[in-house]
Design a protein around this ligand. Structure first.
Ligand code: ADP
Ligand code: MG
Length: 146
């Protein structure tokens, strides 16, 4: 799953089901199908980490879930990015840039919402720690984000 990384993507943040922040307390910025369709077919679904910026502002750490999108009856994949930053505004219509650097785990089904939230929080912790590696600075400071 690492042979396609790093992977860079740019696109507009669109509306999803509103499940991220309302049900889980974890907002995820969704890409439209046009951006998701550019993903290499052999990049497998799962949870990834990397860096992200909104409207070419500061670069933040992020975790991204790549999976099947219920919004399109699971016929399209989805890319949902949670940025490790407290934005004081909605980001719909703004430009999201991401650089995907590492794989955390495969997609999994959870029996309860609490288990899911626990898993996401441990993904966030793992990403937060890993992205401090100075080897990643070259991507954080990449011209892609300038
Ligand atoms: P949707 O289903 O429409 O994606 P969410 O509940 O997942 O709804 O909320 C996502 C929206 O929240 C994003 O599109 C963005 O506008 C906003 N948002 C606020 N803070 C963040 C963040 N730290 N990371 C991602 N999205 C955020
Ligand atoms: Mg979302």
């Amino acid at each position: 799953m690492m042979q396609n990384l790093p992977y860079f993507a740019v696109g507009e943040i669109v509306k999803g089901f509103g499940r991220g922040s309302k049900q889980l307390g974890i907002a995820t910025a969704n890409y439209p199908p046009s951006v998701v369709q550019l993903l290499p077919k052999n990049l497998e679904n799962g949870v990834y980490y990397g860096f992200a910026s909104v409207n070419k502002e500061d670069v933040h750490k992020m975790v991204m879930s790549i999976g099947w999108n219920p919004f399109y009856n699971n016929t399209e994949r989805s890319m949902e990015t949670h940025i490790l930053h407290n934005f004081q505004r909605d980001l719909y219509g703004e430009e999201l840039r991401v650089c995907i650097l590492g794989y955390i785990r495969p997609q999994q089904n959870y029996n309860t919402i609490e288990e899911l939230i626990k898993a996401i929080n441990s993904d966030i912790e793992y990403a937060d720690k890993n992205l401090n590696d100075p080897d990643y600075d070259v991507f954080k400071n990449h011209t892609f984000f300038k």
